[in-house]
Structures are given as C-alpha cells and as structure tokens.
Write a protein that binds this ligand. Structure first.
Ligand code: IMP
Ligand code: MG
Length: 181
C-alpha cells in the first residue's frame, strides 16, 4: 500500500479477508442458533460497532442489536485493569439468547467483566464473539466465536482506534511502536 499513514507500520488484514471471515462466523452462528426464536447481539462500544454492523447484516436468523459501553483504557494503550460500565443496555436480557460482540480481546479484562455482569441478569444463554484476539496470555474468559488471532502489537482500523484515531480505516494495521510506546 503506497498511501499508508506514517503512524502505521503495516497492514495485517485486508478488507476482503475480514469480510470473508465474518461470513464464516455468521454461518457458524446461524447453525448454532437455528432453533432459537431470537438472538440478541450486544456490541461493546465503540470498537465493535463496525464489526457488529457487518455481522448483523450477514446474519440470516432473527436477531436484535443492543449496545453497552465500558471504559478501561482512557486514551492510552495501557490497561490499568479496572473496567467501568459507562452505558447500559436499553432492554433487559432475562431469558434471551445473548451474544456479546467485541472487537478485540487483549488482557481479557473487558470481556470477563461483561460476561460476569450479563450472566447475573439470567439470559437463556450467553456466548461471546470477538473478531480479534491477541496472541498473549489473557484472562480465562470463554471466546465462543473468534475471527483472527493477532500478534501482541497495537492494531487500528475496522473499528479499532488509538486515542480515537484511525478507527474508520477499512483494513487492520499495526501501529508503529513509537506512536503508542
Ligand atoms: P482488554 O480488556 O485488555 O481485553 O481490552 C479490550 C479492549 O481494549 C478492546 O475492547 C479494545 O477496545 C481495546 N484494545 C485492546 N487492544 C487493542 C488494540 O490493539 N487496538 C485497539 N484497541 C484495543
Ligand atoms: Mg472495545
């Protein structure tokens, strides 16, 4: 790519590769929920909104979407481990089939916190779907649907940001270490 932004080291995943993997995940979910009346996809803002919108439009089973927002990183690339709920769901999820949709699992703190929080609300079932997971030790939280494993570097694009920049790139790229280090 000739016009790569100077903050970016290299492109890791092209738009085509991302889209075809999302189609595969959708087929997997359709198979697993063939008998469910409805599924609730819960996107974690902001990072998951692009993945959720593509996944949702690809899914050919009845489903609704809702959003939740948590905070852990602020504007930095270093997690301090504390997760706070910033914005809650619009509707109760009791007796619903719920899939948490995340952009990327790094330490696993966010997904572990949300899994625990939503489990208390007694959904009929609760699964997790993340487009990316870093190849590093993360908290022991079950990931039911995984798109891609990525190296332990800071990545941006396709919903993922660095201090709210580079989020809307159509591909996923590695941020140069000197930018976030
Ligand atoms: P965790 O709680 O450490 O698993 O981090 C999860 C959250 O941190 C994700 O939902 C992302 O919003 C953010 N995050 C972690 N790694 C990256 C990255 O490489 N690029 C952009 N956002 C990231
Ligand atoms: Mg996120």
């Amino acid at each position: 790519m000739t016009d790569l932004h100077p903050d970016l080291a290299r492109v890791l995943l092209s738009p085509d590769v991302i889209q075809s993997r999302i189609k595969e995940i959708a087929r997997q979910i359709e198979g697993d929920y063939a008998d469910a009346e409805c599924v609730v996809l819960i996107g974690i803002l902001k990072g998951a909104f692009i993945f959720l919108s593509d996944l949702s439009r690809e899914l050919k089973i009845p489903h609704t979407v809702d959003f939740i927002s948590v905070s852990s990183y602020g504007d930095s690339a270093v997690s301090n481990g504390a997760v706070r709920l910033i914005l809650d769901l619009r509707k109760p999820i009791k007796n619903e089939h719920v899939i948490i949709v995340e952009d990327i699992v790094d330490t696993g703190n966010t997904l572990e916190y949300l899994y625990r929080t939503l489990k208390w609300r007694n959904p009929a079932s609760l699964r997790t779907c993340t487009l990316f997971q870093k190849e590093r030790e993360s908290k022991d939280v079950p990931v039911d649907y995984l798109g891609f494993e990525l190296p332990d570097v800071w990545v941006v694009g396709y919903g993922l940001d660095y201090a709210d920049t580079h989020r809307t790139l159509p591909y996923v790229a590695e941020l140069k270490a000197e930018v976030y280090g």
